[in-house]
Design a protein around this ligand. Structure first.
Ligand code: ADP
Ligand code: MG
Length: 477
């Protein structure tokens, strides 16, 4: 038995090694330790939550497929996350979570970079595709109007507007926008895209994250279709690539990007790039690319000053249609110094708290919310607490949630409860199942997947889940 799990994992690695680029293999697979095999469930230990999330996002398809090859159809994967590596007095703290991206691994989605024996369909390149049919992947909410200008972002915002007016026709090519997390890079880059579409409806705009670009590239290289990939990108008039810092380590993707860049630039097409660091500090990006980035303009985003924070908060309240006492707005603006995302988050938490507790928004409530907000260490919430919240929200009696009724509202409430329990507690799938009248873990997996699928297709459903999610988050503060 002891040997078995190690052998199984070693065999998996043999396969994975051939598929994944060497550096990715070293980064993401070598640090994994197999820890046990119970029936068909292999548990692997990963060094951190981040690791787990990365694997789930990028490699779950590959892991699932390889594991099934080794252990048969019933194979399951579980992660043991090292939360704390411990010391001489304290034992290491770990947390077990199942691989939940599992079900979708046969999916042909581009976001699953590595699908063995499975021809990958490219959602962009459709036979006979006409240029105009390319979906720019833009979010209409990200506009220049909603992007408040301040000293912290004036140069970038104005450069963005200039580029949107004359894409490819200014010296700001490429335009590189850089700055820390939550300072508005994605918003601004998308605003450029939206404005180009508004001013030049015939221009082909595409927004893509560098991660997605890399994944697509890897898919195409597996299918010997790198030329298709490059040709596709060469059709674009305004190419926006978000978070290019993730290009580090992706040597071959950078080669492809280099060809695309040159072609677009020479043909007078516009490139807009964002990065969390200034191009000169970007590590792992080829010098030939960096030198091209210097051809255009690099402009930064800084943390907003007090006046800009006030204006952002005011605009947000106005657009969402609510009002908060002046002293409270000032208090938030004064106390949140990290970034705009947190600023917005604080305001939203405050609103949520006030509506949950049916309490007026005043300075006292703001202080309470911000104390939690800034500290951001959360207390553990229980499955029972989540069950109560969901029952209350949907007006479903608690005992019905546990019984075997097939009524649609009850089934959905139960599935959402399982989904939230999985997301917000550290309980195993098994424990979660037990809290629902002794259902087994596969029911829980199925429920979580159903909720995710429904959220993708049903907006009303999604809104309910998000609202509940926020209640749970707040209760955990
Ligand atoms: P980044 O990509 O740099 O991490 P985002 O673009 O996602 O940051 O911005 C985080 C949040 O802050 C978004 O909701 C965005 O709309 C908002 N935001 C950032 N800067 C501004 C601004 N100047 N005016 C209004 N909202 C902003
Ligand atoms: Mg971003």
């Amino acid at each position: 038995m002891d040997k078995a799990f190690e052998t199984v994992w070693a065999d998996c690695l043999e396969i994975i090694k051939d598929i994944v680029e060497w550096q990715h293999f070293k980064t993401w697979f070598e640090p994994i330790k197999p820890v046990e095999l119970k029936g068909k469930v292999l548990t692997i230990q990963v060094p951190s939550q981040f690791f787990y999330e990365y694997l789930e996002e990028h490699y779950v398809a590959l892991l699932a497929k390889t594991l099934k090859r080794e252990l048969g159809k019933e194979a399951r994967l579980e992660y043991r996350i090292m939360v704390d590596s411990g010391n001489s007095r304290n034992k290491p703290l770990t947390m077990d979570v199942p691989a939940h991206g599992y079900k979708s691994f046969t999916n042909n989605e581009m976001d699953f970079p590595l699908i063995i024996n499975n021809p990958v369909k490219n959602p962009f390149v459709i036979p006979g595709l006409k240029k105009m049919q390319i979906d720019p992947q833009l979010n209409a909410a990200y506009t220049f109007d909603s992007f408040i200008e301040g000293d912290c972002n004036r140069v970038s915002r104005r450069a963005g507007k200039t580029v949107a007016e004359k894409p490819g026709g200014t010296s700001f090519n490429p335009l590189v926008i850089y700055g820390g997390v939550g300072l508005g890079k994605t918003h601004l880059a998308q605003a450029i895209g939206n404005d180009v579409k508004r001013l030049h409806p015939n221009k082909v705009v595409l927004y893509v994250s560098s991660e997605k670009f890399i994944n697509q590239f890897i898919d195409h290289s597996r299918n010997n279709a790198i030329n298709d990939f490059i040709h596709f990108y060469q059709l674009i008039d305004v190419l926006i690539i978000d978070d290019i810092q993730f290009f580090n380590r992706a040597e071959k993707s950078q080669d492809a990007f280099f060809s695309i860049f040159n072609h677009l630039h020479q043909s007078g097409k516009q490139l807009v790039l964002t990065s969390d660091k200034s191009p000169k500090d970007l590590e792992g990006v080829q010098e030939r690319l960096l030198s091209r980035f210097r051809w255009g303009l690099s402009a930064d985003l800084q943390a907003p000053d007090y006046d800009t924070k006030m204006e952002i908060l005011d605009t947000k309240m106005k657009s969402d249609g609510f009002a908060v006492p002046r002293e409270v707005v000032k208090y938030i603006a004064y106390n949140i110094n990290s970034n705009v995302r947190e600023l917005e988050g604080a305001l939203i938490s405050l609103l949520a708290q006030s509506s949950l507790n049916k309490r007026e928004i005043d300075l006292e409530l703001a202080k309470k919310v911000l104390r939690n907000f800034v500290k951001s260490s959360s207390k553990e919430i229980t499955i029972d607490a989540i069950q109560k919240m969901v029952c209350e929200y949907f007006g479903v009696p608690y005992d019905k949630l546990l019984q075997k009724t097939r009524k649609r509202e009850i089934v959905q409430a139960r599935q959402i409860t399982m989904y939230l329990s999985k997301a917000f507690t550290k309980n195993s799938l098994k424990t979660i199942g037990e809290h629902f009248g002794g259902r087994d873990h596969t029911t829980v997996i199925h429920s979580c997947q159903t909720v995710k699928d429904l959220m993708d297709t049903d907006t009303l459903f999604k809104e309910s889940v998000l609202e509940l999610q926020q209640k749970v988050q707040l209760a955990a503060m």
